[in-house]
Design a protein around this ligand. Structure first.
Ligand code: ADP
Ligand code: MG
Length: 701
């Protein structure tokens, strides 16, 4: 056969062919020999031990045995035929059974030959048997030296039908590894290898597929995972350097009248230490003459808005306009109102542009924008449309809920001759590892301090059995002048049932808290917008003591006097949603509470979510647990969210490796920004190969 190289497409491999190679691509995304080499086992079976039938301990541990299949019969029964064989280990016998593919197995089963069998034993009427055991000729087993840890590979039904179950893949991979690895050279710089105490590249690739000891498997996996994360970080950091070091940015040197007037006359509070620090970080960026590309993370209520506004005022003082982009129309509207209120009578023009600003009003705003009369334009995605032309855009603030991809960010650059500074604000904290990857091309600032005077929200978990006590507590809170949110889940798949729950809940609340003493407002998605607004308003004004609602209130409602958040069927909510909802209270001076109602029986994940909520108010900590439970992709939300495509590493499991990878990548790039030193040539090539193979790294970086 021709030379097998890492880049050789799998269809050219002996024993693969077009049909199997198509399946390898569509099922597992494997195209080349290298992809196959990097298709790592997800666990190993310890095949170093043999046991006899008499040694079988229980049903849970798979066993490996040596012996002879003495006979096999097809037994026809009610639902098709099954195959029953007798296995003899030299001392005792037991049954082996196959319920599927009996005829095919019958033809291929090596009867009266020495075999190795492997499978999970089952006890039935006092006798052990094994269903669907693996069977291999002893001679073959010995030939491949199969006395170590056997890799188990991810496969799929379709691949299994084509003979590529885990064992089939193992055979193919062994073959490829033996041909590909001898020619592989080291890619990582020697300093990195020694600092991380890593195995060599070829050795790792060989060992990971045929380790003799668990430690070997571990070391090999670590090496490969690290390499992937290191390459990813290199690409992100190179991009970051390109943007922040090479792309010219407008210089905001002046702290001028707007900033000063606002700061001294309008700002109703002292900035927190964290806000001051972040502003210094931002100002440092704006002064360099380079392009700012910064992520601002802060928990609900940490005061991101005022940081954005002060930055926008800096833009104005230096003769530039600012854009502030929100994920929804409601939030954009709120930003507009909030900004106008804070600015008061200051001569700063703030306008709103969303999909629903139409006709003459829209034309007027667009014209004012183009001649530079609008200082701050607040809006939704509508802002990045080509028709929106700024006079001199100098700053774009993106207040997002993980919805704004890198490509969209880049569109903003085209809105001005010199790319405007970019400040991305996340609505909820994201785990550090995710920040380092999905936003790895941004500098990062963190608001890790809440404004003073806020009492931590007390959170408790209650089941329906405690409902009477909960209602009593609500009554006491209302007696003290507080207001209450009562939130019900509503998801599309079960919308009708959920809606009924909401209405039932509303009725029982109204019965428990009757008029005229109490007023209960209700808001849900099936109401007309004007009714919704009216009910919301009743609550905001304090006329209603209780607001029963679906998650529509998740974003954007601000009623400082509301101090209790009751979340019904809280086991059905995700962690970040629970945290967002809880963030609706704790905004005033009084002690706030969050009561998580649930049924008594909970699954492990649900219990972990509720337990986490009760334990901490720290959004960063909650985000970490959320990612452990749901995985990085779901935490980031949508497909274009920017979670990088990783083949061997895992952002949750490999957190410490990722951190090291980032630091070491920084070190390498500090010394050799473009990887032009001869010693870094293999690394540069590896990076180029990785960028080609990982479809979305290029988009992220
Ligand atoms: P978020 O980070 O969730 O967007 P906001 O910017 O909406 O938070 O701020 C939450 C509330 O805290 C607002 O009412 C805001 O006026 C107030 N706030 C912000 N910074 C401070 C501060 N340093 N001291 C007191 N209150 C503050
Ligand atoms: Mg906000």
């Amino acid at each position: 056969m021709a030379d097998v190289r890492p880049s050789t497409p799998l269809e050219f491999l002996k024993g693969v062919g077009p049909k199997r190679s198509d399946a390898l691509v569509s099922e597992l995304g494997l195209r080349t020999c290298m992809d196959l080499v990097l298709h790592l086992p997800f666990r190993y079976e310890d095949r170093s031990q043999f046991v006899g039938i008499g040694d079988i301990q229980g049903e849970h541990v798979a066993v490996q045995m040596q012996g002879v299949i003495t006979r096999a019969n097809e037994v026809r029964g009610g639902r098709g035929s099954r195959l029953v064989a007798t296995f003899d280990d030299g001392e005792r016998t037991m049954e082996l059974q196959w319920f599927r593919g009996a005829q095919w197995i019958m033809r291929n089963l090596p009867v009266q030959k020495q075999v190795v069998i492997y499978g999970k034993p089952k006890l039935y009427k006092g006798k052990w048997s094994i269903a669907h055991p693996e069977v291999e000729l002893l001679s073959q087993f010995e030939l491949r030296g199969g006395d170590g840890l056997n890799p188990v590979y991810p496969s799929t039904e379709k691949l299994t039908r084509q003979g590529l179950n885990s064992a089939g893949l193992a055979k193919l991979i062994r073959n490829v590894v033996s041909q590909v690895t001898p020619a592989l050279t080291e890619t990582l710089p020697a300093s990195v290898v020694s600092k991380m105490k890593l195995l060599g590249r070829a050795e790792a690739m060989r060992l990971v597929h045929s380790p003799k000891r668990p430690e070997d498997a571990q070391a090999a996996q670590t090496r490969l995972r690290f390499e992937e994360l290191f390459l990813l970080q290199l690409s992100l950091l190179q991009h970051k350097n390109k943007v922040t070091k090479d792309l010219p940015g407008v210089r905001f040197e002046l702290i001028g009248e707007s900033f000063n007037q606002f700061f001294h006359e309008k700002l109703p509070f002292e900035l927190t230490g964290a806000q001051k620090r972040v502003l210094r970080e931002i100002r440092a960026d704006l002064n360099t003459g380079r392009h700012m590309n910064r992520l601002l993370q802060g928990d609900v209520g940490s005061g991101k808005t005022v940081v954005a506004l002060l930055t926008a005022l800096l833009a104005k003082d230096n003769g530039f306009q600012a854009a502030i982009m929100a994920p929804t129309e409601i939030l954009a509207q709120q930003h507009l109102e909030g900004l106008r209120e804070m600015l008061g009578d200051m001569p700063v023009r703030v306008e709103l542009l969303t999909g629903s600003v139409k006709g003459g009003a829209r034309r007027e705003i667009l014209e004012a924008l183009e001649v530079g009369e609008v200082d701050i334009l607040v809006g939704t995605h509508a802002l990045i449309e080509p028709k929106v032309v700024f006079h001199r855009l100098g700053l774009a603030v993106i207040d997002e809920q993980h919805r704004f991809g890198v490509a969209q960010r880049a569109k903003l650059w085209k809105k001005a001759k010199v790319a405007p500074h970019i400040l991305v604000m996340t609505a909820t904290p994201i785990p550090r590892t995710l920040a380092m990857t999905a936003y790895g091309d941004l500098d990062s600032s963190v608001l890790d301090e809440l404004p003073p005077g806020r009492k931590p929200i007390q959170t408790v978990h209650r089941t329906d059995a405690s409902r009477l006590g909960v209602f009593q507590f609500l009554e006491d809170q209302i007696a003290e002048g507080r207001q209450i949110y009562l939130v019900y889940p509503l998801i599309e798949e079960s919308a009708t049932l959920d809606h009924k729950d909401l209405m039932d809940g509303y009725e029982s609340i109204v019965r428990r808290f009757p008029m005229p003493k109490y007023q209960v407002a209700i808001v849900h998605g099936r109401m007309k917008p004007e009714d919704k607004a009216w009910e919301m308003d009743r609550f905001a004004k304090g006329q209603a003591q209780i607001l029963v609602a679906t998650t529509v209130i998740e974003v954007g409602v601000n009623v400082p006097n509301a101090s209790v958040m009751v979340i019904e069927s809280s086991e059905r909510f995700g962690l970040s949603q629970l945290h967002q909802l809880r963030g609706r209270v704790g905004r005033g001076a009084s002690q706030s509470y969050c009561i998580l109602m649930s049924k008594a029986e909970l699954g492990a994940d649900a219990r972990r979510r509720l337990e986490t909520m009760c334990r901490t108010n720290d959004g960063f900590e909650i985000a970490e647990v959320d990612m452990e439970l749901r995985g990085p992709g779901d935490v980031m939300g949508t497909q274009q969210s920017g979670v990088p495509d990783l083949k061997v590493a895992d952002l949750v499991r490999d957190r410490p490796l990722l951190t090291s990878a980032r630091h070491l990548a920084e070190e390498v790039l500090d010394a050799d920004p473009n990887l032009t030193q001869p010693a870094h040539l293999p690394l540069r090539e590896a990076l180029e190969t990785a960028l080609k193979a990982r479809s979305n790294w290029g988009r992220i970086s």
